[in-house]
Design a protein around this ligand. Structure first.
Ligand SMILES: *[C@@H]1O[C@H](CO)[C@@H](O)[C@H](O)[C@H]1NC(C)=O
Ligand SMILES: *[C@@H]1O[C@H](CO)[C@@H](O)[C@H](O)[C@H]1NC(C)=O
Ligand SMILES: *[C@@H]1O[C@H](CO)[C@@H](O)[C@H](O)[C@H]1NC(C)=O
Ligand SMILES: *[C@@H]1O[C@H](CO)[C@@H](O)[C@H](O)[C@H]1NC(C)=O
Ligand SMILES: *[C@@H]1O[C@H](CO)[C@@H](O)[C@H](O)[C@H]1NC(C)=O
Ligand SMILES: *[C@@H]1O[C@H](CO)[C@@H](O)[C@H](O)[C@H]1NC(C)=O
Ligand SMILES: *[C@@H]1O[C@H](CO)[C@@H](O)[C@H](O)[C@H]1NC(C)=O
Length: 460
């Protein structure tokens, strides 16, 4: 039989184990590159150092160095404000190349703030951003402060990110980050919403984070997230603010073995929740609803984070969760999932397709199970766009007739080039046109990439 001392040791052991997982989980990604584009000096944000532009120049091949900055005090305040004071301009196609030491998913974060410098008005810039396998942004125009976050699986040794100005425009960038994603964070499968079948194949998709929300709670900055993510409030997504209450009980949160980890979402997210404002009405029967703008024509991963920080005993909170019109978690009871324990952190993944709508609607509402007080809870929401069959994350809203006409143009160019090559090949020995083409490309590169002139421009 275990005596008092044994129990005490067990207790100390459990506390020690809990501490190991929560107190000391310092994120140490295998690959991490942080750059403050255009900046003359390093910029520290939390425990990250964003390298000055010159220290990062070895990652970049570009025909021209144009660095701009602004003294404008119109930069919206956020934890990343220091990055937005400077930018790098790409007058022509330019590529960052990062050595990847550990293959797997990597976040790419692009920080944009379009200010106006004397020769370059960044709000007018139109450009595309891509990796060799994925189109991330096409004909993009930045509006206000925007952080774009993608995650791509890098299996070769290098990750290339290319900026291509559209037409006679230019591209720009205020900050750039490439960081390893822990493998368990994005599994291969999820529940498909309609029809409710098992979705498989996430590992082969590139993802774009469209929303990362701390429901019913404050902004959570990268300092409070073990993987340097930021979470916004649900205010701008809320459809019926008056139906919603905030709950907060961070000290209750526990990370069970069969549930979520600190890396899935921090205590700051699981410890706050949006609930039904049903406190004064035992007959309350309404949904609390949020709407998230998306591009139609893509599939989306919807991750819903739950932690019952409001109940005082098991089997007292039953609720429904809807994605668009589908009840994806009917009569959901979190305590049953965890053997009667409360405040256990967990999440559920769904894949939904937005065929003809520009939004995904998420609602929580009371279940029809009798004799329980009407309430519902949601602690966090993440919405990620999945790359389509072309590997693209950009565009959306593209009707099939339009995309096929694009393909036709591509086909015509392809045929014309093919015919030219065939004609050249017919008149010359086989290898000659190939060699000619190669030297001319290399020539352009070495000429353009040698000693790029630096232009520094200040805002007026
Ligand atoms: C900038 O940060 C890098 C990486 O932490 C460091 O090696 C370098 O010395 C820093 N430069 C300055 C001027 O602080
Ligand atoms: C920059 O361009 C935007 C959009 O075209 C325009 O509204 C703004 O006035 C321009 N700013 C300056 C300083 O020219
Ligand atoms: C990355 O891709 C490889 C090859 O398709 C696959 O084996 C691996 O599981 C993927 N890794 C992640 C983290 O998605
Ligand atoms: C809920 O929390 C958010 C974020 O902290 C806050 O903006 C909002 O006013 C709160 N709502 C209520 C009803 O207290
Ligand atoms: C972030 O963490 C600090 C302690 O490290 C805590 O005081 C603060 O309340 C946390 N912020 C949020 C939004 O949870
Ligand atoms: C909640 O939303 C779902 C899905 O749109 C709907 O079917 C249900 O009737 C709504 N419930 C209430 C009480 O409005
Ligand atoms: C192409 O797409 C645009 C909107 O993106 C639409 O207005 C137009 O009608 C489409 N053209 C064809 C031929 O379908």
């Amino acid at each position: 039989m275990m005596g008092f001392v044994g129990l005490k040791l067990l207790f100390i052991g459990v506390v020690f184990l809990l501490c190991l997982s929560s107190c000391y989980s310092q994120f140490n990604p295998a690959d991490k590159y942080s750059i403050d584009c255009g900046s003359p000096s390093n910029t520290t944000i939390g425990n990250r150092v964003f390298l000055s532009d010159s220290l990062a120049s070895s990652f970049l091949s570009t025909p021209q160095n144009v660095l701009v900055d602004t003294s404008a005090n119109s930069i919206p305040s956020s934890e990343y404000s220091p990055l937005y004071k400077t930018a790098r301009i790409f007058t022509q196609t330019s590529t960052y190349t990062f050595r990847i030491t550990q293959s797997g998913r990597h976040w790419i974060r692009l920080y944009f703030f379009p200010f106006s410098a004397s020769n370059y008005n960044l709000t007018t810039a139109v450009f595309s951003v891509s990796t060799p396998d994925h189109s991330l942004l096409s004909d993009f125009k930045a509006e206000g402060v925007q952080t774009k976050e993608y995650s791509v699986n890098v299996t070769s040794g290098d990750l290339e990110i290319t900026f291509t100005p559209t037409g006679s425009s230019f591209a720009f960038l205020n900050g750039l980050e490439v960081v390893s994603v822990p493998d368990p964070l994005i599994p291969d499968d999820a529940m498909s919403v309609n029809p409710p079948t098992n979705f498989k194949g996430m590992l082969n998709k590139a993802l774009e984070t469209l929303a990362r929300v701390n429901m019913g709670g404050p902004v959570v900055t990268s300092r409070n997230d073990s993987l340097w993510r930021s979470w916004v409030t649900d205010l701008s997504y809320s459809k019926n603010r008056n139906f919603e209450s905030n709950a907060s009980n961070p000290t209750a949160v526990r990370y069970p073995a069969a549930g979520a980890t600190q890396d899935d979402a921090p205590i700051s997210v699981y410890g706050t929740a949006a609930t039904m404002a049903s406190e004064s009405d035992p007959k309350a029967n309404f949904n609390v609803t949020w709407e998230f703008p998306v591009d139609r024509g893509f599939q989306y991963l919807v991750r819903l984070h739950f932690c019952d920080i409001v109940s005082t005993s098991a089997n007292t909170l039953y609720f429904n969760v809807y994605i668009d019109d589908s009840n994806v978690l009917p009569d959901y009871d979190l305590s049953t999932k965890f053997g009667g324990n409360l405040a256990m952190a967990s999440y559920s993944d769904f894949v939904t397709q937005s065929l003809n709508k520009n939004q995904i609607r998420i609602s929580i509402g009371p279940s029809t199970i009798k004799d329980v007080y009407p309430n519902a809870i949601l602690n966090g929401v993440e919405i990620m766009k999945l790359s389509n069959s072309d590997g693209s994350l950009s565009g959306g809203n593209i009707p099939s007739s339009n995309s096929s006409s694009k393909k036709n143009i591509g086909l015509i160019i392809g045929v014309v080039v093919g015919v030219l090559v065939a004609l050249l090949a017919a008149n010359t020995p086989m290898e000659q046109p190939l060699v000619l083409a190669q030297t001319s490309i290399t020539g352009v590169h070495s000429q353009q990439f040698k000693k790029p002139p630096t232009i520094l421009t200040k805002a007026g």
